[in-house]
Design a protein around this ligand. Structure first.
Ligand code: M6R
Length: 596
């Protein structure tokens, strides 16, 4: 979840303060390093970058003193290469005469770096942002002009990215977009470009949106758009932004929760890139394989990811794992663990006190501490022998959504690898998530008004969807304030069934292999007057028996549980809004629970 910003002005001036401000506005995306480059009239480039928070790095490297006519700032969130000064962006070309930074992932980065070195270029880092610079350099060396070099680089660089680049002996900035956000700002005496709108709005409200496959040439007083496909210019009118800064930060969505739900295809894609490239995965798998006892430890939503992770590890790798709530690990797990045992601690924030308590107790007994954690630099990340980052960027809304999906995806990936299965099938997941969100939204909207009137409901699942039912129920109660209980579907008849009366909503989450069992529960509920809502792949048995079916795209038993959580997230959101609450900031709760 990197962020980029570039600016070109009509005169040499202090650019540091503008770049620092832009970096602060990009920082909500999540990052581990920050860097600034300015290009001067005397054809020199000033590049300063390091690992750390914007304000710390800016103070340490004195960004405020940076001057020039053109400037670039980038926040990096490590995917290719560890967080380090050398991997931080922007990057220089071989001769130090061109500088650029990117946002996104170049998936053929490893192969390209080898090619660039073989072609005599100086490759200094592991980072794919540097590959964007060398990809342009390669074609300049072959005699292309800058626009032609960028057009050809676009074909060489596979993946989803946007980058901004400038040459010392040129007086423009250039940018390109391929499936990663990019927007232009047109101010008085300056134009700028950024991966997102909020970093532009303090400078101007006149903007121009950039589409995939377009090159932007920035001049101080205008921009040119060029189509990559044929090199032809594109005419586009500027537009005036009327929305507030707060609305812009929500990316056009009414709430952060909805924005974060819709970010799931992208963050899943980013996590897969990260896991495929990570040097940490092999030692992580080695610890899992050799553990005497394996515990998966978390709280709330992160615990639900552990529940599903344990199912995947058992089914795909034959690896038993014990999912456990972090505070319960202390009385129940701790007495039997020692140096041969491994705990995978799962946390979005990496700061949850219940999780850290369990971690410190486990370490005292010599247990190996691994983690799946979203917030880079968090205590959990620092305290872990190996931490796999979840690549979600900041999750602002209190209800966890995108981080759950990526935690589960990480477990699925690890289980497949541990069981020596191919992971290629996972590449379908981002598109399937998108398809599910698109299809589920109207279906959820159709039932939301009726369900919003109920203060009690149940959410049931079985096998892999048991964890999804618990997660759906947590989401529903967290932001609608209704009582919603998640349960193994087979347990419903052992007591809770007595609560069912006319219209009582009971949601059944069904994996493709569990339909017959779920259908029994559906009928037991329906014949007592309950409103049965099934979430599952299209199936005649579900259609025939459930009153309402929310259809998931066909994806099979491994991916279907991940897709099933999406309608539940959307339903929770819709019910929260319908009941007049703010889903982003539910009462009595905080995003990070640093208390016992
Ligand atoms: O940051 P963590 O993942 O450790 O947080 C754990 C829980 O507090 C968290 O998942 C909570 O349940 C969410 N707000 C649920 O949406």
């Amino acid at each position: 979840m990197c962020g980029i910003f570039g600016i070109i002005t009509d005169r040499e001036q202090p650019l540091g303060p503008i770049l620092i401000d832009a970096a602060r506005r990009l920082s909500y995306r999540g990052y581990d390093s920050v860097g600034c480059a300015t290009l001067h009239a005397d054809r020199t480039i000033d590049l300063r970058k390091d690992v750390g928070k914007v304000d710390d790095v800016a103070a340490r490297l004195d960004f405020a003193a940076m001057t020039g006519r053109r400037g670039i700032v980038q926040l990096r969130w490590a995917t290719f290469g560890v967080p380090s000064q050398i991997n931080a962006q922007p990057h220089l070309d071989s001769a130090g005469e061109m500088v650029g930074a990117h946002n996104g992932n170049v998936v053929n980065n490893v192969e390209l770096r080898q090619q660039f070195s073989a072609e005599g270029m100086i490759v200094r880092s592991m980072n794919d942002g540097e590959s964007c610079v060398h990809a342009v350099e390669r074609h300049l060396r072959r005699g292309c002009d800058m626009v032609e070099a960028i057009r050809r680089a676009y074909d060489d660089l596979e993946g989803d990215y946007a980058f901004v680049i400038g040459r010392a002996d040129d007086d423009r900035l250039y940018a390109i977009k391929k499936s990663s956000g990019l927007v232009v700002g047109l101010a008085d005496g300056a134009t700028c470009i950024s991966s997102d709108l909020p970093s532009i709005l303090p400078l101007t409200r006149r903007i121009m949106r950039v589409n995939d496959g377009e090159i932007v040439i920035l001049h101080p007083d205008r921009v040119e758009l060029i189509r990559v496909a044929d090199g032809e210019p594109i005419a586009r009118e500027a537009e005036e932004i009327v929305e507030s800064m707060a609305a812009a930060q929500k990316g056009g969505y009414a709430h952060f929760m909805l924005k974060e739900i819709h970010e799931q295809p992208q963050v899943a894609r980013e996590l897969l890139h990260l896991l495929n490239a990570s040097a940490q995965v092999a030692p992580f798998l080695d610890r899992l394989a050799n553990a005497r006892q394996l515990y998966l430890i978390g709280c709330g939503t992160s615990y639900h990811a552990c529940l599903l992770g344990a199912v995947y590890l058992a089914q795909l790798a034959g690896r038993p794992a014990i999912p456990i709530l972090a505070p319960q690990f202390i009385p129940q797990g701790l007495p039997t663990v020692g140096p041969d045992d491994v705990g995978v601690f799962v946390s979005q924030s990496g700061e949850t006190k219940d999780v850290l308590n369990a971690l410190y107790a486990a370490r005292q007994r010599g247990m190996t501490v691994l983690s799946l954690v979203n917030v880079i630099g968090s205590t959990l990340m620092k305290e872990s022998e190996i931490a796999l980052p979840m690549a979600c960027g900041y999750e602002i809304s209190v209800p966890a959504t995108k981080t759950f999906t990526n935690q589960v995806l990480a477990f699925l990936y690890l289980a497949l690898r541990l069981g020596k299965h191919a992971t290629a099938e996972l590449a379908r997941l981002p598109d399937l998530i998108q398809e599910t969100l698109t299809a589920a939204e109207p279906q959820v909207n159709a039932i939301a008004p009726e369900l919003a009137a109920w203060d009690d409901l149940y959410c049931l699942g079985y096998g892999a969807t048991y964890a999804i039912a618990l997660e759906g129920a947590l989401k529903l109660k967290e932001i609608t304030y209704a009582h919603c209980e998640g349960m193994l579907s087979t347990e419903f008849k052992h007591g809770p069934l007595s609560a069912v009366r006319e219209g009582y909503p009971v949601i059944f989450v069904s994996g493709p292999d569990d339909v017959p069992l779920l259908v029994s529960g559906i009928n037991e509920t329906a014949c007592r007057g309950g409103h049965t809502i099934a979430i599952g792949e299209d199936d005649d048995r579900l259609r025939a028996n459930a009153q309402t079916l929310i259809v998931l795209p066909s994806s099979g038993p491994l991916l279907s549980p991940i897709l099933a959580v999406l309608p539940l997230q959307l339903l929770s959101y819709q019910l929260s809004v319908a009941r007049g609450y703010d889903p982003d900031f539910p009462r009595n709760l905080s995003k990070t629970l640093t208390v016992d």
